[in-house]
Design a protein around this ligand. Structure first.
Ligand code: DC
Length: 227
């Protein structure tokens, strides 16, 4: 039975970092589903398709030539659109907003579901907003990460700074609030903890402490330990 770990939570809560650590620990691919919505937002912008046009976006999503390279456990997974490396282009504040806008359309979500399930079929650490509720409802382990908005904005700002993007904390916080509000109030699979998810509040916890908690949970649920 392949191991599937679902990690959901709001923007900037540390899903990717945790997913990368777990993927490395278990030798599983890390599936960043947010990267798929980000790539769709980028492809739409280039094709002149509005982020408000659900049907046209769904059509684009159904044929999205997206691939992940260097996928196993590395934090810096490469995302390819056709043959182009778009890993950096999809991580801008504009594409954070665009991905949140394109992801609210139900037909878009439906079009991207088979791709996500296929990518996780052999086992994966998958992160996003609806992994435990919709994409992998029978995942062996489901984690829902939470942290205070200000702490998440502070982390996001540091991430942006590392990429040479200097932003005021209040701006990052305002954009994050808008995105959280949209992601958690939309009708189509909103951000929500699955009934059987374990919620971890990461405020005041180190990454190492969070990793150890999840490893203990995986061992308890499945008997599996890091290799
Ligand atoms: O995880 P992220 O910040 O890269 O995701 C970007 C956007 O994509 C997020 O604001 C909402 C959307 N998303 C989603 O609706 N469902 C997912 N499983 C993952 C992301």
């Amino acid at each position: 039975m392949p191991l599937r770990i679902a990690i959901d939570g709001p923007a900037g809560v540390g899903k990717s970092t945790l997913a990368a650590r777990l993927a490395t620990a278990f030798g599983l691919p890390k599936l960043d589903t947010g990267a798929i919505y980000r790539t769709l937002a980028l492809a739409a912008e280039r094709a002149g398709v509005s982020w408000d046009d659900g049907p046209a976006l769904a059509e684009l999503a159904a044929h999205l030539p997206i691939r992940f390279a260097g996928g196993t456990g590395r934090a810096g997974t490469t995302v390819l659109l056709g043959n182009e490396d778009v890993s950096a282009a999809i991580r801008t504040p504009e594409m954070s907003r665009g991905s949140s806008l394109v992801s609210r359309h139900a037909p878009v979500r439906a079009a991207l579901l088979p791709l996500q399930r296929a990518l996780a079929a052999g086992g994966a650490v998958a992160e996003g907003r609806d992994i435990g509720t919709v994409v992998l409802p029978d995942a062996e382990v489901k984690i829902f990460l939470v942290a205070s908005p200000r702490e998440r904005a502070r982390r996001r700002r540091l991430e942006l700074r590392e990429k040479g993007l200097e932003r005021a904390l209040e701006d990052v916080l305002a954009e994050q609030d808008a995105r959280d509000e949209r992601d958690s109030t939309r009708e189509a699979s909103p951000l929500r903890a699955a009934a059987d998810a374990i919620t971890i509040d990461t405020d005041g916890l180190t990454l190492e402490e969070v990793v150890q908690r999840v490893l203990a949970l995986v061992a308890e649920r499945t008997g599996l330990r890091p290799r």
